[in-house]
Design a protein around this ligand. Sequence first.
Ligand SMILES: OC[C@H]1NNC[C@@H](O)[C@@H]1O
Length: 461
Amino acid sequence: MSWGVRTGTASVERVDGMDFPDDFLWGAATAAYQIEGSPLADGAGASIWHRFCHTPGMVRDGDTGDVACDHYHRWPEDIALMRRLGLQSYRFSIAWGRVLPQGTGAVNEAGLDFYERLVDGLLEAGIAPNATLYHWDLPAALDDCGGWLNRDSADWFAEYAERVFRRLDGRVKMWTTLNEPWVVMDGGYLSGALAPGHRNLYEAPIVAHNLLRAHGKAVQAYRASGAHRIGLVVNLEPKYPASDALQDRAATRRAHAYMNRHFMDPVFRGRYDEVLVQMFGAAWPSFPASDLELIRTPIDFLGINYYTRNVVRDDGGRFPLPVDRPVQPGATYSETGWEVFPQGLLDTLNWVRTRYGNPPVYITENGSAFYDPPVAQGGAVHDPLRMHYLRQHLRVLRQAIADGCDLRGYYAWSLLDNLEWAHGYSKRFGLVHVDFQNQRRTLKDSGAHYARVIASNGQCL
Ligand SMILES: OC[C@H]1NNC[C@@H](O)[C@@H]1O
């Protein structure tokens, strides 16, 4: 049974009898290059995203991360915003180039000092830090040495990880090695839409494999010194055939193998999906078996980033991957062109539960970019579509828990409007509006609602 309660800005729904666990963790997420600004400050080394943004034509409107949300200077103000939301945890990423400007070798202590101040500020505010070591901003100096195409990248990453663990572990008790390695591979090396902008079918599986090796080496490095938890964050997108036709079902299988099983199978099952290997054909390299043992080094939790689903229609084989996504009649689509489909989150969580042995899971990103009206008189940002997206997706989490998923927490993407990569600042995901002309932050209705959800531990959706 459910009943509605009118509040100032939105009706809240209480669903009796289905609670979130008392220790369910409520947070919000960001990433270094998308919010910090000052990418070269205090000795930091340039990343591939600094280089990509400063390459004409790569990012919409020529936007860069040079200023972004100026979080590098405004982090105390942003922590105050997190307290206002009642966040219990904050997921952020560490810019590799701030710590090791050349990617390996000499440490830039000022870079570590910044993250130490941020972590101590979070702890002082009673907010648990959740740190991601790699959220796409590879030091440009390493890209000049082949980047993720170079097998040495796994060792470079482990060296960086060890430096960060040494300074921050203990205050940071939840670590992620990589954010969305699939996007790093697909966007950076196949479609070319993301840094470093390659378009090469032969490079993609090599990059994916080295990313996974880097993940494994960082987990092993953590086991040698760390005392808390480390995991991996993947973006998962359930695939549904456009019809019962054999070719659509086969295309769906390929899309599922390419995006979802691609990283999950090696990490949790120690092998690649055969469909994936067949799809790449001659472009699929041979890998030593010892690599897969490294990759499957056990982790403490899985982070799932969920945004949307794909309905898949065979595209007639123009590419090893089905790329047709027929528009769904009556569906709502966000500004990024993603269908709003909360059922896909439930289906994904149950797929992970049943295929991979029900690992501890956090939703480490979930959110939507919708057009926001200008800040109203009195400082309100009314964003009903983002609010609706949030409520729909939080609702299915209850069902996932009832289905037996070991779901431990939820991080909204994102705390702040920020640089949405090649989209520049044109796509706003924030619970907090940022005026990029004057850096003024304004809590949106969706942010105020999320604060109510947290305060009620999900009772008030
Ligand atoms: O596209 C929205 C988000 N998706 N996951 C990775 C983040 O960096 C993106 O902003």
